[in-house]
Design a protein around this ligand. Structure first.
Ligand SMILES: Nc1ncnc2c1ncn2[C@@H]1O[C@H](COP(=O)(O)OP(=O)(O)OP(=O)(O)O)[C@@H](O)[C@H]1O
Ligand SMILES: [Mg+2]
Length: 375
């Protein structure tokens, strides 16, 4: 049986990775030159995949990468422990060497380390937390110290970095990280995240320690012209066919959203025996909407009546939400309500604003809502 060539919800690299030539070149350039980078985009546009793919293309015996996802890290202690372990693993050679070298890497701290039975299995590392807090710069400076001693460059990639602002006493750790990292020459940092308002607060507010810490890249979606050949060739290589026209329609319907295009393609691919038709697309879309319905239902339950009305107005194509006619027709409340709700929907990452243009961030949610409201 053939396996679908489309993947969604996983990191995509190599063959499954579409384009992003410019962004890859820029990241690779920054990784090689030790430039710190900040990468921001809404959820599921491909940040993690881009960083992984660029790292894969850059990594060699002189440049090592460390990946840490802050998504489920709750506090500073957990973060610094994982940070130390992952940095040590990146420079890992024989375990005897690690034990010997660790004595040089740490001056004040004495971590307790243990290894699994298999030499390649996890190292575990523990600090006496009271001591570690006093000398936390020793942990934070570890990448630079190890990189210098080993004659390497280390790039630390921190995913969902905005979560650091949820740590208790976050300003203190932010200050210390920034104070240490800015002196690093052999270690550099790629910090990325999807909660845009939190990322902007961290990096764009002059009173925050990470203000303008590195080159800030706002990732965009992938253009239709890149999706068309990817879709049609992936069908062809897996023994099925789809026309260029239908491939284009799919990209447009999902508004070039990488995750949803791959999902749509996967649904269409599964329903296709030999060659996809317009009907296949319609059926696949209905299935997708049905399957996601319960999630969207939950999303709208947390919205107020005027917020929901605002979404109706946006999906009906209205742009002048504070005009009297639109406010009356869609029951949006006062102009103040409109502005407040716009901000709330934006901070919840439901809508995107570009100048006067308002759009849904989730194309499937918009299609579902339109179907529900019969727009
Ligand atoms: N360059 C790409 N080529 C093809 N598909 C892509 C690409 N980038 C992302 N995708 C699609 O989008 C999905 C999500 O990608 P990824 O996890 O990298 O995004 P993310 O921005 O890190 O998401 P999250 O905010 O949820 O962490 C992938 O599983 C894949 O289906
Ligand atoms: Mg990600």
């Amino acid at each position: 049986m053939n396996i679908s060539p489309f993947q969604y919800g996983k990191i995509v690299t190599g063959q499954s990775f579409v384009n992003r030539k410019r962004e890859k070149e820029l990241l690779i350039h920054h990784f090689q030159s030790g430039q710190n980078t900040i990468l921001i985009s809404p959820r599921r546009w491909g940040k993690t995949s881009l960083v992984r793919e660029s790292a894969r293309l850059t990594e060699n015996k002189n440049i090592k990468f460390v990946f840490i996802d802050l998504f489920s890290i709750r506090d500073e202690q957990e973060f610094l422990t994982i940070y130390a372990r992952e940095v040590m693993k990146a420079a890992m050679s024989k375990r005897e060497e690690i034990l010997k070298d660790a004595r040089e890497w740490f001056k004040q701290l004495l971590p307790v380390m243990s290894f699994g039975i298999d030499p390649l299995s996890e190292i575990s590392i523990k600090f006496n937390w009271e001591e570690a807090q006093k000398h936390r710069s020793e942990i934070i400076n570890l990448p630079e110290i190890i990189a210098k001693k080993r004659g390497l460059q280390i790039v630390i990639c921190l995913d969902e970095f905005q979560n650091i602002s949820r740590f208790q006493d976050n300003l203190s750790i932010e200050k210390e990280l920034r104070a240490c990292w800015q002196h690093h020459q052999n270690a550099s940092y790629c910090l990325f995240g999807s909660k845009r308002h939190m990322m902007f607060e961290l990096f764009n507010q002059s009173e925050r320690p990470f203000y303008r810490f590195g080159d800030m890249i706002l990732l965009e979606k992938i253009e239709t012209s890149e999706w068309i050949p990817f879709i049609s060739e992936s069908f062809k290589n897996s023994g099925k066919a789809i026309s260029l026209e239908l491939s284009e329609i799919m990209a447009n319907q999902m508004r070039n959203h990488p995750y949803y295009i791959q999902m749509f393609c996967d649904y269409v691919w599964s329903l296709t025996e030999k060659s996809s038709s317009n009907e296949t697309l319609i059926r696949a879309l209905e299935d997708m909407i049905d399957h996601s319905s319960f999630l969207f239902q939950e999303d709208i339950e947390s919205l107020s009546a005027t917020q929901l009305n605002m979404l109706k107005a946006i999906s009906a194509g209205e742009t002048q939400l504070t005009s009297k006619a639109v406010m009356d027709r869609f029951k949006l409340g006062t102009p103040r309500n409109v502005l407040k709700n716009k901000e709330i929907l934006r901070s919840k990452d439901i809508i995107d604003t570009q100048g006067n243009q308002l759009s849904f961030l989730d194309p499937l949610f918009e299609l579902w809502l339109k179907k529900l409201l019969k727009i």
